[in-house]
Design a protein around this ligand. Structure first.
Ligand SMILES: Cc1cc2nc3c(=O)[nH]c(=O)nc-3n(C[C@H](O)[C@H](O)[C@H](O)COP(=O)(O)O)c2cc1C
Length: 177
């Protein structure tokens, strides 16, 4: 009988080809699912609104798999898992003390530690007087290998307005291209 004894995790005795297939995919940093994962960090809800609007736009463009996570409340390990699982990532966060709202910083730091790579990524920032979350998220994403960071970076001022829909549509198109 063949057995896999992983360094971390249970001893595997059945469905070995299934586990070997997963290992092969993960070890090459390939996505498992063609879809978009939207991770947001919002203080008052304006960025959350933009994240769900982006999900709606993507679905209207025919994307079947769109997942949204609230980084302030949802499980961080699950969010990291979703980022690796999906082929595309959109990060959306509020500006905070001339930087980015910390749950997003924490999430991107986790991705850096885990060697997140080879994905297409997009950015939505929110800020009231001096939006800066986008710059911080861009810098962190740029440090990861093989990320295709698409334009435009969408800037929301406090709450989404009618004029933000055009840039949101443009970001949706470029994340899907
Ligand atoms: C503690 C704190 C710090 C903030 N720092 C900034 C900042 O540096 N630059 C800025 O433009 N807005 C800053 N803001 C404003 C928020 O980014 C802004 O209200 C944004 O709309 C919040 O998005 P949200 O509705 O998703 O929370 C700050 C807000 C708080 C509460």
């Amino acid at each position: 009988m063949s057995v896999i004894c992983p360094l971390h995790g249970p001893v595997l005795t059945e469905n070995l080809s299934y586990y070997i297939g997963l290992y092969d995919c993960w070890s090459k940093y390939e996505p498992e699912t063609d879809g978009v994962f939207i991770a947001y960090a919002s203080i008052h809800g304006g960025t959350a609104e933009a994240a769900f609007k982006m999900a709606e736009i993507l679905k209207s463009k025919g994307v079947e798999k769109v997942t949204v996570a609230d980084l302030s409340r949802d499980d961080m390990a699950e969010a990291v898992e979703d980022a690796f699982r999906m082929s595309r990532l959109i990060v959306a966060a509020s500006s905070y003390d001339a930087s980015v709202f910390p749950p997003m910083y924490d999430f991107l730091h986790h991705l850096q530690l885990k060697g997140f790579q080879n994905r297409r990524a997009g950015i939505i920032e929110n800020g009231s007087w001096a939006p800066c979350a986008g710059r911080v998220m861009l810098k962190m994403l740029e440090q990861m290998k093989g990320l295709d960071i698409v334009s435009p970076i969408v800037t929301i001022r406090s709450r989404m307005k009618r004029g933000d829909i055009g840039p949101m549509e443009a970001l949706a198109d470029s994340i899907l291209k």
